[in-house]
Design a binder for this molecule. Structure first.
Ligand code: PLP
Length: 398
């Protein structure tokens, strides 16, 4: 390796560096393209033209930022918002976000009264929850909006068919006394990301039966819904009055079998970038990172990428995670550590301060979240959602 190449390890001057602008973080940051969020909402609405669209913004909008993404989704015609926890929904209200918001993950002693006062739609899967809502409505002196959740086969949340008659009866009685208004009947798929899976037809049939029973008992829901992103994209008969889209709103494909984001007409909203922190030459036979699972074959240049599992970079992608640095895709060399990992540049000239793109839309040859999912043996949902609180978000398309 020449003296010239060794000298090239000096950091790129600040003025030349991407990310040198004062407002742009330099270590690692996630660019969030709100125009992409809007475009995805419009694309999904076109896929489900007779249904309303709920943008699911739980888990900080799958890591993209709940408040900014909720507003962008509303701009593009999402008429509902959805969260898992009531706290997430209350945070949206605290930010001044209006419109119907459904939250579905409740525990005894939760913020029932605050939810009623904030006019949230509260999901109820059992009698105990209905009792909590009734008490909260009486305390608040107003009617609670309640959606009855049916377990049509997922075997997670929701009311079992055997208990449905009792729950519907109790909810209808509560509606008659004025404590609750039943605004929705809903359910969730187990295998919508596997088109043709036998459970899909069984769940749809069970949903129709449970819905029919509720309607016979006098329930007139504003919205009946079961479709998540994959069902919205592949199963029009599941659209009913409302589709609940999470991952697709952020432009990520729910499963490789369904096609890439581009094939699905979606634009990935998150690009995860870092600045190369250090470049150095090491001799042949040099171990790299904890455990020395990577050993250099020849003298080579190593680049330190200052992001690790504390930032949500999966440790399971040790040795495999793809990163675009200096115009080429490299693989994580050795283990991903808490705050950093290393890539082997070979003889290529890259300098500290150069940009590394971990994933993005893929339009410029950079890896995608789906590529990281494959590298880490997980799903793209987890890749974007786990990008941690230590990683600043930089919004484009404000
Ligand atoms: C109840 C419920 N509805 C809808 C969604 C959105 O799913 P997706 O991100 O596949 O659109 C989720 C997310 O897991 C969910 O838990």
């Amino acid at each position: 390796m020449s003296t010239y190449e060794r000298r090239s390890h000096r950091p790129r001057p600040r003025s030349e560096r991407l990310g040198a602008m004062n407002e742009t973080p330099t270590r690692v940051y996630a660019e969030i393209d709100l125009d992409a969020v809007r475009a995805n909402v419009r694309a999904l609405r076109a896929r489900a033209p007779r249904a309303q669209l709920m943008a699911v913004v739980k888990a900080d909008a799958y890591g993209h930022g709940a408040i900014r993404c909720a507003r962008a989704a509303q701009d593009a015609g999402a008429t509902w918002l959805g969260t898992a926890t009531p706290e997430e929904a209350l945070a949206l209200r605290a930010a001044g976000i209006g419109g119907p918001i459904l939250c579905w993950l409740w525990t005894p002693g939760g913020p029932w009264q605050a939810a009623v006062e904030a006019d949230l739609d509260i999901s109820v899967s059992g009698i105990w929850a209905l009792d909590e809502v009734r008490k909260a409505a009486l305390a608040a002196g107003r009617t609670a909006r309640v959606q009855l959740k049916a377990d049509t086969g997922l075997g997670r949340g929701g009311c079992q068919p055997a208990d449905w008659t009792e729950l519907v009866g109790a909810a209808v009685a509560a509606q008659a006394e004025g404590t609750v208004k039943i605004t929705g009947v809903w359910s969730h798929f187990a295998c919508a990301d596997e088109p043709g899976h036998p459970s899909i037809a069984l769940q749809l049939a069970a949903f129709r039966d449970m819905l029919a029973h509720a309607e016979q008992e006098g329930v007139e829901p504003e919205v009946r819904h079961i479709a998540n992103s994959p069902a919205t994209l592949t199963l029009p008969e599941s659209h009913f009055d409302l589709v609940r889209c999470g991952l697709a709103v952020y432009g990520v494909s729910p499963a490789p079998e369904l096609g890439t984001a581009r094939e699905l007409g979606l634009r990935p909203a998150m690009t995860l970038k870092a600045s190369v922190a250090l470049v150095k030459t090491v001799p042949a036979g040099h171990g790299v990172s904890y455990g020395h699972h990577y050993v250099t074959e020849a003298e080579t240049n190593l680049a330190l990428i200052p992001a690790g599992y504390a930032d949500g970079i999966p440790r399971h992608a040790s040795g495999t995670g793809p990163v675009s640095v200096g115009g080429k895709i490299r693989r994580v060399a050795g283990r991903v550590a808490m705050d950093q990992f290393v890539v082997d540049l070979g003889d290529d000239l890259v300098r500290a301060g150069d940009e590394a793109v971990l994933f993005g839309p893929g339009e410029h040859g950079e890896p995608t979240a789906e590529d990281w999912a494959q590298a880490a043996h997980t799903i793209a949902y987890e890749i974007v959602t786990r990008i941690g609180g230590r990683v600043p978000r930089v919004y484009l398309g404000g």
